[in-house]
Design a protein around this ligand. Sequence first.
Ligand code: NAD
Length: 504
Amino acid sequence: MDLDLMTRRDAALKAIENHRIVPLGHFIGGDTVKGVGQSYDVLEPATGQVLGKVRDSTPEETEAAVSAARSAFLEWSRTPPGHRRQILNKVADGIVARADEIAAVECLDTGQCWRFMSKAAIRGAENFRFFADRAPAAADGQMLPTADHLNYTSRSPIGPVAVITPWNTPFMLSTWKIAPALAAGCTVVHKPAEWSPYSARLLVEIAHDAGVPPGVFNLVNGLGETTGKRLTEHPDIKAVAFVGESSTGSAIMRQGAATLKRVHFELGGKNPVIVFEDADLDAALDAAIFMIYSLNGQRCTSSSRLLVQRSIYDAFVEKAAERVRKLKVGDPFDPATEVGPLIHPRHLAKVSSYADIATSEGARIAAGGAVVQGSEGYFFQPTLFTNATQDMRIAREEIFGPVLTAIPFDDERDAISKANDIDYGLAAYLWTRDLERALRVSDALEAGMVWVNSENVRHLPTPFGGVKASGIGRDGGDWSFDFYMETKNVALARGTHTTPRLGL
Ligand code: NAD
């Protein structure tokens, strides 16, 4: 390990030092709460060592966090939006100032690679800046006049909201929920994933240092079945913004039913990248490889199904296999590393089980397919399955690791049918030089987002989200404000209409 690598890892350990010695608790009403709940271990994915301990919040601690959010709501929702903009831009400044530290903590805690995490921290700041600058217009509505009435709409923040996030890129993902919620005037209780709690603690500290008032942004740690469940059932939580697995989304919908919770779900995916024979094949290969093997394959929008036209299938997958074998697997802190470890031994067991499933289903393992030996960390070889068919589990289930399943298709109709024949519908990628075909196929794809001749390049004003089992609702631009705000219509009579008269 060279000095730089040592320095980054040390910086990460230093950043979370206090919270490792004493189990990491919560942040409620502007104060650190050590917590008295059960504690559990957090593991370092690259080494398998115990990084620290975290406390599951008790019912009283969850209640205190919701109560703090409820008490702070009135004042925060009435804070002039220009002032909210100022504070949230300061949060963005704070993130930028500590971006290296955040990236290092993310590498340590999640095993995500430095080369991606250094950008993810900055993207978190951009999310805050984007929604901060839109805060003054968030309440704006429409003018919908008729001959007899002047109708106008306006929006107001819905109330305290829960933000529940997963472990794959925890810092960046949480900012694109928390930033619009705060910009809209909502107060927040955030519950990060139990396997990756540390960067959330940095965010809440940065927010308070930037002037977010006590109670406006609270953090509770804990397990999904306890802390998460209580939050989603709480009558004072008006909406739940959730990112995670589809089955957890269903559970949250059930848990929130009694209190008629508004929900926003960003769930799983099994996203196709469709490569037609007329495409720029080199560019398509680069994008397909990038979209599945970056972020250790733990990416909701990963291109986990490679659909290639039969005429070019053999040559294309052979080239893909060569690239996959050359991917640099290793220490996430090393800037040269392209694929790091998986998050947890349980997840490693799940991902690696698909190698046996692939073989038993009759697919071929063209690259990888095994746990990396000689490390205590949770490394799985970048893997490519070929000769797959649509009915196989490797073609239908979200594996959420550095694992790509390649399937041939015959023509446009077959490509669309295979792309859509799946429970999920988050993203789809399409490679062709035929513009008319690009338009036809984009229209036919059952996905919330389609990228044509591109990997996933996020533009914050555009809607982000999925259809079918991949989610409900959209993030980004004004869509985010629609979720965190209630719309009201006011109808003002011009004095020209006649009210029907009854009971004369
Ligand atoms: P998960 O569903 O297991 O957990 C996500 C969060 O939900 C965690 O904080 C967890 O503690 C909490 N949780 C679990 N059970 C709960 C319950 N009953 N009530 C309330 N909260 C509960 O997901 P994960 O394994 O952490 O993350 C991986 C999943 O996230 C993948 O399926 C991936 O596709 C998805 N994901 C989707 C997007 C998207 O934008 N669509 C982005 C990133 C990740």
